[in-house]
Structure formats: C-alpha cells, structure tokens
Design a protein around this ligand. Structure first.
Ligand code: MSP
Length: 677
C-alpha cells in the first residue's frame, strides 16, 4: 500500500491555540482523510514545540515551571483537536524522552559529518521567534515578528549552513515541487542565492532545552530541536529506528505557515542533508488569517477563539469555512458575517436543501425506500447530463485536492450541487406525486438526485465528516462512509430498496443578526465591534468626547486628566507627569453580579496586587484576560462602585459608534510594574 506522511508544525506552548493554529491542523486533517479515502496508508503528525526562552518566560510570568505550562497548553491543543474531529496518528511533544534521544542523535550525526563546529556568537536575537537578526549597530527589529531584538554573546555550536548553499539550490532545481506555492519557492531561491551564513545552533544562556550531546552547558537551538520532532514522532531513534520511521519517512508534504517557511526550506533540508537523511518531498506554505487587517496573533490581541465558533456553529462549519473561504496559500480575513454567510448559502441552502427536498419526497412517495430508476433507455438527456456532471466533478475534485487547492475542489462540488438543484427545479418531482402513470419518472428523478447526494457525501467526507455521515445514514447506505474510495466512485452506488434513515435537517439556517448578538452576549468577546475599523486611541490625555459614557460602569479610560486647565486643550509635560501609567498583569478576572458591563480584576503591578473594576465585560470575557499585560493609571484615587473598591483604571481605545473598548497592550514582553513615560 502506498504511504502518505504529512505534518503540521509543532505548536509553541506559550499561549492557547487560536484560529490561525487551527487552520493548519484542519487542512492537514482534511488532506489525511482524503488520502485515506484514496487508499493510502496515511500518517498525520502534529504536536507541540515546548522548549526555548519564550516558553521559559511565559511560564515564569504565570508562576509556573515551563513543563507545567507545556502540560496545560498541550492539553488545550488536544482538547481543541478532539472538538474539531482532528484524527492525528501521532502527537509528538518535544519534552518526551523519545524526542530527546532522537534530537541528540541528529545533532551527533551532523557533528560527525563535519557540519557542526564550536565558536563564539554575538548577535541580535529575537526571543519570540528564536531567530538571530542580521548584524547592525543598534538593535534591529526581528525580520519575522518585528519585535525588538536583544544582544546575546556566548559560546555556541555553529552549523555550517554556508556550505549547503549550492546543495540546496541544486535540490530546489531538481525538485521544482519541493517548495509550494511557486511564489514562495522563488522567495527562498533568491534568499539562498544571496549567500548563507553559518547558524548558531546551541545556547548557553537558555536552560530549558535538550542538552548538546557530551556538552552539558549548551542546549540545542530550539528550531533544530523542534524540526527533528517530525522524525522522532514516527520512530526515528539512535541505533535502529522503529519500523514506522522506515515506512513513512520521507514526508510527502509538510504544511507550514508562511512565517516559518525559511526554517523549513533552508535550515531543515540542510540539517537533514548533514545527518544523511532524506528530505521531505514538499513543504507547502499557507497564508495567514487576518483580523482587522493584521495577522491574527496573541501578542496583537486580535485572535478568534476557535471554541467560540465550535460552540455556536459546530465543527463542520468551522472546517468548511477555513477550507472554502480562502485559496490555500493566500491570506484571508476572518469575519463572523462572512462565516455565517457561508453556512447559510453553501451548507444550509445548496447542500442541506437538496438533501432534505430529495429525501423527503423519497420517504413520502416510496414508503421510505430508495426507488429503482428507469432502465438506461428510459432515462432522459437531462438525467444523463447530471450523471456526466457528477463523474466529471469527481475528477476535477481530485485534481484540485491533489494540488492542495481545497477551495477550488469545494467550488467544483458546489457547481455540481447547483446543477442538481436546477435539475430538481426543472423536473419538479413534487408535481408528479399524485399521478400514478408518472411513478417511473418520479423514481428516476429522485434516484438521480439521491445519487448525486451520495457522490457528494463521499467527496465532502474529508471536509464535513460529521454531516456527511448523517447524510449517508439518511440515504440508507449500509457500507460505512469511511470505507468508500474517492478514486473509485462510480455512478449507481445507491442501495436500492433499502430503508432511509430519519430525515432531519443537516444544516439549519442561521439568523445572522441573532447569531452575532448571541456570541457577543455569551462570550463577552468583541464580535461586530472588532469588525469595524479601529478608530482613535483613547489614552490618558484623550478628550472626554471620544469616550462614550456607559450607564452602569465607567468607561475604561475615562481619564480627563489635567487637560481642562490649559486654554488650548494642551497639557504641559508636568501635567502629564502627574499621571502614573504602569504595566500590570491580570491575575484573575470575574464578572460583578448584577452589573453586566463590569469586571472585577486582580492585577499584579510589580510591587503589589490590587483590585480594579472596569467596564469591559461586554467586550472581554474574564477568561480571555487572565495572564494579559495591560496598562493602568496607577495613582488614581481609589473609589467605590457597587460597593467594591476600584484601585486604579485600565486604558483602552474606544472604537466605533458604540465606544467598544479595546485594551492597550504590548508587542514585546514587559515586566509588571514598568512605568510608561
Ligand atoms: N513552534 C514553531 C513551529 C515549529 S515546527 C517544527 C511555531 N509555532 S507557532 O505556534 O508559532 O505557529 C505554528 C503555526 O501556526 C505556523 O505555521 C503559523 O504560521 C501558524 N499560524 C499562527 N498564526 C497564524 C495565523 N494568524 N494565520 C494562519 N496561520 C498562522 O512557529
């Protein structure tokens, strides 16, 4: 049997997963199910990348050990994958002992081949991305995340990346599909053609990592460590690797976001070459999900919580939207409006209606049993055209799926659904039900339509596994849907005469306005507000006009600070200096009973913990705030609200007509209590 090994990136464990992380894994699961239904022996690997300074720091900020944080976040990932119906075959955590041994082994092999040497490193380093920046006099911004870098000087092991330039270029040349899409390939080829510098691949300043073999002061660079997870997760080990490694490596496709392209198409193949291991067949880099026009990310505070979508719309709708809305490889903008639109028009109208119209008529007119169609010669051109269209769709779908063009594959299926809906309208089977002479024609129309539904359910099973299973049961099919082969679909597979299952709507239509309002109310997360463009930031000195007063709670940043006293509305630097702005971290947050806008926060301001009340409950759920760094006015006179003391005030922008609060925050990690000047 042909094997197919595919991987997602191993996710960092410094924060909970958001929709961006969900994307790669949903795509991988869909591809894995598709390949299984083509008869491949598939292995899908995902996992977590648990070492490095960013995790060390995130854990310390929460008073946890790195392993405790890693355990918590890994459990979050696994819980999310279960809710989304992700069926991974391997889950690798880089803190597992099987991974330690494998990573040390790859390091040793590369060292023994002469690709690693010891030297001194001094350079600008981005702690968040675990990446050195090009040399410059002052701290440059990280090329990937644009945060400031920090100076690091230490003894280090180096990987002779410079020696691999030609070998990499040769590989790209010989394997034009190695990097996809092509635009990304060109980007990498031009980067490598510009020359490669040796890469520092160990750290003495970081403790949370895998020790370099025979060198206990150094830990292996976290990217070297994590990439090897693709090998250890399927059984690579010192001495003899497990049979599964021999069976599955090299991977057919490694799915990554465009931000980690260079690690996977320059460093990773060079590490493998140095260790004498085969290279993956393909690395495919997808685009980003954006919110409010920028990449969705925890540090920007603009993430969509996938659990929210799952609770309100179910896993199939989430899977469908991610795969259908944006061509794989390009960026896409998330909006609830677009999401609900897709569910209603594609799933409820086009697919759901075809199923319920057809099967309800079958159930009513043929005693709940799938009818026999007329013999070939009794069929009309219209019937045969639909059959032809269905079989052509099977081909088109597979050719798009094989090229990872998921949205195109789905478009082709929706083209077939449109054709089938037209076929029903044109033939109007509901007008034939009372005429006995028309029963053979009625049977043929309904059979033809049901056969399209059967084929569609097989094609869509990798994308909509739960719903297609229900459609399958409603059709009265006996063999399991999962055992169907997409590459062997033929016309005429319905089990004629078998009883249909219970006909219930597969995708109920959503009321857009009500659905959006419900999410907003239940979660406290900004839904519509965050979809409007950000407006003026409200800060300590902002005029009172830009802040809409809210009846039961004070506006978040209602500070009118000292502004009033100076005639032209300007304040002096001394006025400003009176306001003590500090970084604080939310330790706990809860709603205030009876006040629907108010949250009670306990915040750590470096030297103490204090209580602040804030009118942000409609925009932020309490859980989403815990751990978050915010800005507070620290020297505000304490005051009482609803019998509770508020000792300070937090800052937020006021956005849109409703004055939606959006909290001020930082892209970099900042210590609690740091003063803003
Ligand atoms: N730990 C590394 C990967 C090591 S692989 C050996 C890492 N982790 S990550 O958690 O930061 O990101 C994992 C994946 O999530 C990346 O492919 C990244 O592109 C993807 N996404 C994170 N935010 C995203 C969006 N907003 N949109 C789409 N995908 C994005 O990098």
């Amino acid at each position: 049997m042909k094997t197919f090994y595919l991987t997602t990136p191993l996710y960092y464990v410094n924060a909970r997963p958001h929709l961006g992380h969900t994307y790669t894994t949903v795509v991988a699961d869909c591809l894995s199910r598709y390949k299984k239904m083509q008869g491949f022996d598939v292995c899908l690997l995902t996992g977590t990348d648990e070492h490095g300074q960013n995790i060390e720091r995130a854990a310390a900020a929460q008073g946890l050990s790195p392993k405790q944080l890693a355990d918590q976040i890994t459990a979050e990932y696994q819980k999310l994958w279960a809710r989304l119906g992700i069926e991974y075959d391997q889950f690798i955590r880089t803190t597992e002992s099987r991974h330690y041994a494998g990573a040390a082994e790859v390091f040793k092999r590369a060292f023994n081949s002469g690709a690693i040497y010891k030297g001194q490193y001094s350079g600008w380093y981005c702690i968040s991305c675990n990446l050195f920046a090009p040399e410059s006099e002052t701290a440059p911004k990280c090329e990937v995340c644009e945060r400031p870098t920090e100076r690091v000087t230490e003894e280090s092991y180096f990987f002779r990346l410079s020696d691999f330039q030609q070998r990499l270029l040769d590989h790209y040349g010989k394997h034009p599909d190695f990097i996809m899409p092509l635009s990304r390939r060109n980007e990498v080829v031009s980067f490598v053609s510009g020359g490669l510098k040796d890469l520092s691949i160990s750290r003495t300043s970081v403790k949370w990592g895998i020790p370099v073999p025979d060198e206990q002061n150094h830990v292996i660079y976290v990217w070297f460590d994590a990439l090897v997870g693709y090998l250890t997760g399927i059984g690579f080990a010192p001495g003899a690797s497990a049979e599964s490694f021999q069976k599955y490596w090299p991977a057919q496709v490694q799915l990554v976001g465009k931000d980690i392209l260079r690690f996977h198409t320059v460093y990773w193949p060079a590490f493998l070459m140095a260790a004498g291991l085969e290279l993956p067949k393909q690395v495919f880099a997808h685009g980003w999900w954006l919110k409010d026009e920028v990449k969705m990310s925890k540090s920007r505070g603009n993430v969509i919580d996938p659990h929210l979508l799952l609770t309100h719309f179910g896993s199939d709708a989430v899977r469908y939207f991610l795969l259908r809305e944006v061509p794989f490889g390009l960026d896409g903008t998330f909006s609830y409006e677009a999401f609900i639109q897709r569910v209603n028009s594609d799933l409820a109208n086009d697919f759901g209606n075809l199923v319920s119209r057809t099967l309800t008529l079958v159930a009513k007119n043929f005693s709940n049993g799938m009818p026999y169609p007329s013999a070939i010669e009794g069929r009309l051109a219209l019937d045969q055209e639909l059959e032809k269209k269905a079989l052509a769709t099977v081909e088109a779908y597979q050719s798009h799926m094989n090229g990872l063009a998921f949205s195109k594959a789905l478009e082709s299926v929706w083209d077939l659904l449109a054709h089938a809906n037209r076929y029903l309208n044109d033939n109007a089977p509901w007008a034939l039900t009372d005429n006995l002479a028309e029963r053979p024609r009625l049977a043929t129309i309904l059979y033809t339509s049901a056969e399209v539904i059967r084929i569609t359910a097989v094609l869509l099973a990798p994308v909509l596994p739960e719903s297609c299973k229900r459609v399958w049961e409603q059709l009265g099919m006996k063999s399991p849907l999962r055992s169907q082969r997409i590459d062997e679909i033929k016309w005429g597979g319905l089990t004629v005469g078998s009883n249909l299952g219970e006909i219930t709507p597969i995708f109920p239509r959503l009321d857009k306005k009500a659905a959006i309002e419900k999410i907003f109310q239940e979660s406290g997360a900004p839904v519509v507000g965050s979809e409007t463009k950000p407006e003026k930031a409200t800060a300590a000195g902002a005029s009172a006009k830009s802040v809409k007063p809210q009846p039961s709670a004070p506006p978040v940043a209602e500070a009118k600070v000292a502004a009033a006293s100076v005639p032209d509305g300007k304040i002096t630097i001394d006025d400003f200096a009176k306001v003590e702005l500090r970084v604080a971290q939310v330790i706990s947050a809860e709603r205030v009973p009876g006040a629907d806008k108010l949250l009670k926060l306990m915040v750590d301001v470096g030297t103490e913990t204090r209580q602040i009340l804030a009118g942000i409950a409609k925009a932020y759920s309490p859980e989403s705030l815990v751990g978050r760094k915010i800005v507070i006015v620290a020297n505000l006179q304490p005051r009482k609200m609803r019998g509770l003391e508020s000792n300070g005030m937090l800052l937020a922008a006021s956005v849109g007509d409703e004055g939606q609060p959006v909290l001020a925050g930082f892209l970099e990690d900042v210590p609690n209590g740091a003063k803003l000047k």
